[in-house]
Design a protein around this ligand. Structure first.
Ligand code: TYM
Length: 339
């Protein structure tokens, strides 16, 4: 039985090549939350276009995220799967939040600094105000819980600030709930297989830094074989493991997929070199990823089914979003044409 006072919203950008970081850090949690919470999962295509996208690829990547949601176990009967640009009130509420958020708040966003890099002057203004659109995604559904990876924590804090400022300034205490991030401690930041100091990312130039959800068994095996470990054997305690960033990361991935506690894994592999550990890790990843990648492939061949999901999702999402945007217009004194 779902608790309607507990609403989840989360999103993934259709920028191609979803990897095991996206899966363990976010999508796996989406699946487990859908029985208890009212859930909205969107493909955030409007976020994707804050950097230039090839239109054909963008379309394909959008279908691929929908297929990944379904293949990972999101049930379109229990959850609403939709495409952000199909529900126009996301953009409307984002504009209103552009007028609420202070420049100082946005100036502190580290992800803008990372993504804009040295050439800040040339970044799109959309990239700068991106967190306001993310806040709109969440608050439009009055979401109370937001499952995300650790890299989205700061954007969630900003969303909370926006909700509080709106409620306070317009004297509508409790109108927007203050959403809680759901961040799983060990798997919320899966790191690159080549460098334990860098996050696993779609944009890393090396394909060997990540495992994509559609990698073949051979590719997974090669990538794990090449993954950096350490010149020592597996330590016998968590404290020493934490100092070996790449080993720690592989243990987190192993634990994330298998459900076996990290301490148990350390106990099993302590004192050994990493080849046995890597073989077992490869098996565990393939066992979990294979059914997902097979299903993604199958679904990508059935665009009419995916279109059906997108269309019914937009309808269901709009129902809730339209109520909120109407209330917001009324609260801030915008007159809507109701004729
Ligand atoms: P995006 O598309 O970059 O990533 C999708 C989800 O995957 C998580 N993630 C990771 N988790 C663990 N380890 C990693 N290496 C890793 N890389 C990515 C992200 O934290 C995210 O949860 N701004 C968001 C999308 C968004 C959104 C929203 C999320 C737009 N509106 C509203 C939640 C609620 C983003 O760019 O995610």
């Amino acid at each position: 039985m779902k608790n309607i006072n507990k609403t989840v919203l989360s999103g993934v950008q259709p920028t191609g090549g979803l990897h095991i970081g996206n899966y363990l850090g976010a999508i796996k949690n989406f699946v487990s939350m859908q029985t208890e919470y009212e859930c909205f999962f969107c493909v955030v295509d409007l976020h994707a276009i804050t950097v230039k996208q090839d239109p054909k690829l963008l379309k394909n990547n959008t279908y691929e995220v929908v297929a990944t949601y379904l293949a990972s176990g999101i049930d379109p009967v229990k959850s609403v799967i939709f495409n952000q640009s199909n529900v126009s009130s996301h953009s409307e509420l984002a504009w209103i939040f552009n007028c609420i958020t202070r420049m100082g708040w946005l100036n502190r966003m580290t992800q803008f600094k990372d993504k804009a890099g040295k050439d800040k002057e040339n970044a799109s203004s959309g990239l700068f105000i991106y967190p306001n659109l993310m806040a709109a995604d969440i608050l439009l559904y009055k979401a109370t819980h937001v499952p995300v990876g650790d890299d989205q924590k700061q954007h969630l804090e900003l969303t909370r600030d926006i909700a509080q400022k709106f409620n306070r300034e317009y004297e509508c205490d409790g109108f927007f709930p203050i959403p809680e991030p759901i961040i799983d401690k060990n798997i919320s930041r899966i790191m690159s297989l080549k460098n334990g100091e860098l996050k696993m990312s779609k944009s890393d130039p090396s394909d060997y830094s990540r495992i994509s959800l559609i990698d073949s068994a051979d590719q997974i095996e090669k990538k794990i074989k090449k993954a950096k470990t350490a010149d020592t054997t597996m330590p016998d305690n968590n404290e020493d493991v934490s100092k070996l960033l790449e080993v720690n990361n592989l243990l987190n991935i192993f634990s994330g997929f298998s459900g076996i506690e990290k301490v148990e894994l350390i106990e099993k592999y302590k004192g050994q070199n990493f080849s046995n550990f890597k073989n077992n890790l490869t098996e565990v990843i393939i066992e979990h990823i294979k059914p997902i990648s097979k299903e993604i492939e199958k679904l990508m061949g059935d665009k009419s089914y995916l279109n059906q999901i997108i269309s019914s999702g937009a309808e269901k999402a709009s129902e809730k979003a339209n109520v909120t945007i109407k209330e917001v217009y009324d609260i801030i004194g915008l007159v809507r044409n109701e004729a």
